[in-house]
Ligand binder design. Structure first.
Ligand SMILES: *[C@@H]1O[C@H](CO)[C@@H](O)[C@H](O)[C@H]1NC(C)=O
Ligand SMILES: *[C@@H]1O[C@H](CO)[C@@H](O)[C@H](O)[C@H]1NC(C)=O
Ligand SMILES: *[C@@H]1O[C@H](CO)[C@@H](O)[C@H](O)[C@H]1NC(C)=O
Length: 370
């Protein structure tokens, strides 16, 4: 069972009205986009499906020798480039990643990548453990913690909302909003757990809670899940009956002229071969300066001043990196395959699987011919 030590939280949007402190890490340009997965296939090339990976080059290469080699080769001449991270704060050398979204043209059946406005990661003090809720205070992530949330195999909802088990909380942790111009339009702000069916003229907003509770012992576990837990109320309550929040808005509207919602099926699919949205998942490996994060949690937590409003410049423990500098940080792809442009199939072995039963995970070696 989990101990009631909670890790720092990540949560979302909309929750800005609560008094608890929060800040967010904006990740605009990815570090790399390819079939790499430092948690599920550490050192593996390629991994199962295409990810968009944000965060520090230094942390990802620590578990990815091929990326390290490529980086060292590329930057051998200018080693000062090596420690840069691409987002947010000098103190955060974490990595954050999620599957890439593709558009499948209803006529040609060909796939094309869908852009997004970058990843926003929200850190919010939540749960009974937070000082503002009368608790003893939240603990920063331990060095080296890794975790994932949700499951690439999922294609449907399995549990009634509010059941409150960890499995149901994991399902509820994945939320979608179809951003429409006005409230009355179908799909508006429906917070669904799967893809909408209508065009979303202001974008498709995908949100993801990471677990907020940790067992206090294991930095990872065989399923990469069971050493963590959600708060009992997802973004409030106790550990573990125990948060990090990911938010990506996909530019689905770039394709609105290419499909007709009244006759075509929803045409967007994840790199996992998922046309339902239920497989949207996120991965995190901690690269924080623990002292800086703990100080930010404990002391940039005053609802009455700017630090309680998510204004990170007001938190003296965090150094905001200029975007121009952050955006220079890239690593070269180490997987030799095309993931952009117009593709006849999704990269790797990811045939479309519509569910509702769990999808079968294939790899390059056991790929059924289709
Ligand atoms: C959707 O979620 C947002 C943010 O949590 C919330 O403000 C809104 O009321 C929710 N909408 C519905 C229809 O539940
Ligand atoms: C979409 O399909 C419907 C039903 O066939 C049709 O009435 C409508 O004109 C189509 N819209 C566009 C933009 O083609
Ligand atoms: C794919 O496109 C993205 C966005 O334009 C770019 O950042 C990335 O480098 C491209 N990757 C490859 C392998 O071409």
């Amino acid at each position: 069972m989990l101990r009631s030590s909670s890790v720092a939280l990540v949560s979302l949007l909309g929750s800005v009205s609560v008094a608890n402190a929060w800040f967010r890490v904006p990740c605009t340009n990815p570090l790399v986009q390819e079939r790499l997965d430092p948690i599920i296939s550490p050192g593996g090339n390629p991994s199962q499906h295409v990810h968009t990976i944000h965060g520090a080059s230094t942390t990802i290469i620590s578990v990815h020798p091929t990326a390290r080699t490529a980086l060292l080769q590329r930057h051998a001449i200018s080693p000062e480039y090596y420690p840069q991270n691409i987002h947010g704060y000098t103190q955060d050398l974490s990595n954050y990643w999620f599957p890439k979204l593709y558009f499948q043209d209803p006529q040609t059946k060909l796939f094309e990548p869908v852009g997004n406005g970058g990843l926003l990661v929200y850190y919010q003090n939540r749960g009974d453990g937070d000082i503002s809720n009368g608790g003893a205070g939240l603990k920063a992530f331990p060095p080296g913690l890794r975790m994932i949330t949700n499951d690439p195999k999922r294609r449907s909802k399995k549990f009634p909302i509010g059941l409150g088990t960890q499995e149901e909380l994991r399902e509820r942790a994945v939320q979608w909003s179809c951003l429409r111009y006005s409230v009355g339009l179908p799909g508006y702000d429906d917070n669904g757990t799967g893809f909408p069916t209508t065009d979303c003229e202001s974008g498709l907003n995908a949100r993801l809670h990471m677990p907020a509770c940790w067992d206090g012992e294991n930095l990872d576990s065989a399923d990469h899940v069971s050493h963590t837990a959600f708060l009992s109320g997802l973004d409030n309550g106790a550990c573990p009956d125990g948060f990090l929040f990911f938010e990506v808005t996909w530019d689905v509207t770039d394709f609105s002229r290419r499909w007709n919602a009244s006759v075509d099926k929803w045409p967007f699919v994840y790199s996992t071969g998922d046309p339902t949205g239920f497989s949207w998942h996120g991965d995190f490996q901690n690269g924080w300066d623990t002292t800086a994060l703990q100080n930010a949690i404990d002391q940039c937590d005053n609802p009455n001043d700017q630090t309680g409003q998510g204004i990170t410049d007001a938190c003296k423990f965090l150094t905001v990196k200029p975007a121009a500098l952050s955006n220079q940080c890239k690593i070269d792809s180490v997987v030799n395959e095309v993931i952009n442009g117009t593709l006849t199939k999704l990269p790797g072995c990811n045939p479309l699987q519509f569910g509702p039963e769990d999808a079968t995970i294939f790899n390059d070696a056991n790929c059924p011919s289709s």
